[in-house]
Design a protein around this ligand. Sequence first.
Ligand code: NAD
Length: 381
Amino acid sequence: MTKLSWGIVGGGEGSQIGLAHRMCSALDDKFQFSAGAMDINPERGNEYGVRLGLDADRAYGSWQEMLDGEKNRADRLDLVTVATPNATHFEITKAFLENGFHVLCEKPMTMTLEEAKEIVALQEKTGQICAVNYGYSGYPMVRQMRDMVRQGELGSVRSFVAEFSHGFHADAADADNPRVRWRYDPKQAGISAQFADCGIHALHLASFVLGQNPKKVSADFAACLDSRELEDDALVALRMEDGAVGRLWSSSIAIGRMHGLTLQVFGEKGGLRWAQEQPNQLYWNPINQSVQILERGQNGLSQSSLDASRLTIGHAEGAPVAFANIYKSIAKDIDARKAGKPVGAQDIDYPTAFDGMVSMAAIDATVRSSKADSVWTDLNI
Ligand code: NAD
């Protein structure tokens, strides 16, 4: 089978996430990097695309040019990744979906809940793939957690604790640095800063593992640096749709924390603990027994966890491999569609536009709750 054809909007030279997308789309030899509109500056984007090996006529100056150039090609793109700043995700994703492209959009999918609902409706109408890059759900040991919960090994899940807290925006003397400042400015970041940037990763991870979305939230947002309008620290209590209780903390002023994404799940029959900084180990404590350390790639793990592993047991695998599993899952879906095979919900192992919309509903509800002194607030899904 020939490779699928892949293009990216954003992810230009020096961007944080561009290289990750190029690495992850290429890792399983499923996608060929074929087109890009990679930079807000057309010349820079064109030059960089050509330098990376794109044909000059497919290194576009803008996403509109890329859409026009690609939509009538016989060898049009099979997948478009949107990796531009947040405020542009909605219109770019919408335009490519409307023109029959499959899309992988960076998070947050949109700036508002209304826009997110529009994308979900459009995805349902067009039947195109619209995935959202919650890449941490691609980790083999996260899939193992999900499968252990699904198979009932924990019994009913009573609660979870999720964190995504780092300390890299804690320096008051650096708060005016333009690379930091925009994140806490509502005109550029929207209604939430830290929760919308990092907290929703932790929430998606918990929802993915539990198989439950949040139903209502009580949130306490704080801007710990006086110069900030939006929160740099968020504490959220949650009630999930099947009854589990959740506690989530996300901060950017937690000096000493590095990446800080962790998830603990507590069920009737045992507890699980996983941390992104040691992703190859999963701590499993069956009730009244000693804690066991499950290793990525070991015999007896779930098939989807083993399928998501690449290196022999004991070798470190990390974020790029996890993110590549999102591309691998999307490629499987596209290949099935091309082969005319039916694709059911059980075949979809990547985060969808619906997940992106749930995140936007969670952002909307946490902001409303926080402004109302942490009153319990329903998600408008
Ligand atoms: P960045 O500012 O480092 O880079 C953005 C890139 O997009 C630049 O190359 C810029 O020139 C280009 N760009 C801007 N507007 C454009 C336009 N209209 N058309 C084409 N190119 C355009 O940003 P980043 O940190 O790479 O983040 C990009 C997105 O990725 C954000 O939405 C962010 O939330 C997301 N992100 C996700 C993860 C994750 O774990 N999933 C991690 C980091 C960033």
